[in-house]
Ligand binder design. Structure first.
Ligand SMILES: Cc1ncc(COP(=O)(O)O)c(C=O)c1O
Length: 335
């Protein structure tokens, strides 16, 4: 059963900005949707999905939310904070190589603890079976008399994706006010980790006439995997809201995922430093830094975005950056 009651968790609308010096460096008509500003510590793209997911959890009178992610998951952190604000218990299954070691109290993990979330560490092998693990945990909680609500990895299902349909509606209203240059974009560029943001953005871009293409920059996995995942989420979202049309064209770019999930290249770290210096906008090495690296590449001479009008969605991730400070020695010329 799906009950669509949207909770007002995010601080909206987020700014639609043109970072002038950075735009000049890219050579394109660059605009940025500042979804890193959807809130305080809970900020980022995930809170838009949680408006719908936790709305359903409350409608079903659930008292506990269960979800999963990498150790430094932004989604888990946003869920932990939102759950705390609503008086719900949060159980987080986080992936780590050695669950017998307590993870350092830094970045998202520190915030998860501060929010009082219950952290259960699992191995990468167990994580592959995450759906069953989440369902089993829900079953156990039910047996204890609790009412759990399971949120899939990244909040990426049809219901969560509606958050990004709404985000594109917000951009449409900003364009109608003459902001963001006042006319639709050629493409939206966004980081892609579990597919829900790209799926929602593609549906919303078509529904609200914001752009005809969404470039989903994979931060792990390959393009065919994400293409299929995004198509599945799109189908599910359209079944929840029959008004939604065919999505904008989705191009998955998997050329910038770097050595591994959450591991960036020296060039990507230098780019993050240069973007901050040119715009005051702080990207992260797990998601947005990789997405911006793809944007720079695609916007270069002869690239598909060269000379285009592009909306980059800054999806947040600051705590993940702060958990990786030591890796920035090289980019900052400090080693
Ligand atoms: C900061 C940040 N940006 C982008 C993404 C990707 O969004 P999605 O999981 O919806 O693909 C995530 C989450 O995975 C994230 O935490």
């Amino acid at each position: 059963m799906t009950l669509r009651k949207r909770l007002p968790l995010a601080h909206l609308p987020t700014p639609l900005q043109r970072p002038r010096r950075l735009a000049a460096a890219t050579g394109i008509d660059l605009w940025v949707k500042r979804d890193d500003m959807t809130g305080g510590a809970e900020a980022g793209n995930k809170i838009r999905k949680l408006e719908f997911l936790l709305g359903e959890a409350l409608s079903l009178e659930c008292d506990t939310v269960i979800t999963c992610g990498g150790l430094q998951s932004n989604h888990a952190r946003a869920t932990a904070l939102a759950a705390a604000s609503l008086g719900l218990r949060a159980v987080l299954f986080l992936r780590t190589n050695d669950p017998s070691l307590a993870p350092p109290l830094e970045g998202n993990v520190l915030i998860d603890h501060l929010a009082g979330a219950e952290i259960r560490l699992i191995t990468p092998e167990q994580y592959r079976d995450r759906e069953r693990i989440l369902d089993k945990a829900a079953e156990e909680l039910r047996a204890e008399g609790q009412k759990p609500y399971v949120i899939p990895e990244g909040g990426s299902n049809g219901l969560g994706a509606l958050g990004y349909v709404e985000a594109m509606g917000e951009v449409r209203r900003q364009l109608d006010l003459g902001l963001g240059g006042g006319k639709p974009f050629d493409a939206v560029v966004v980081a892609c980790g579990s597919g829900g943001t790209a799926a929602g953005a593609a549906l919303g871009a078509a529904f609200h006439g914001v752009a005809s293409e969404v470039v989903a920059v994979a931060v792990c996995d390959d393009a065919p995997t994400f293409q299929a995942r995004i198509e599945g989420i799109v189908r599910e979202a359209r079944s929840l809201d029959p008004r939604l049309p065919e999505p904008a064209r989705v191009t998955v770019n998997d050329a910038h995922k770097g050595p591994a999930y959450a591991v960036s290249t020296p060039e990507q770290r230098r780019l993050i430093a240069s973007v901050a210096g040119l715009s005051g906008m702080v990207l992260d090495p797990v998601y947005t830094g990789k997405a911006f690296s793809a944007l720079m590449d695609l916007a270069g001479a002869g690239g598909p975005l060269a000379g285009k009008r592009v909306l980059f969605v800054h999806t947040g991730g600051l705590p993940g950056l702060l958990a990786q400070g030591a890796t920035f020695q090289d980019a900052l010329g400090l080693d």
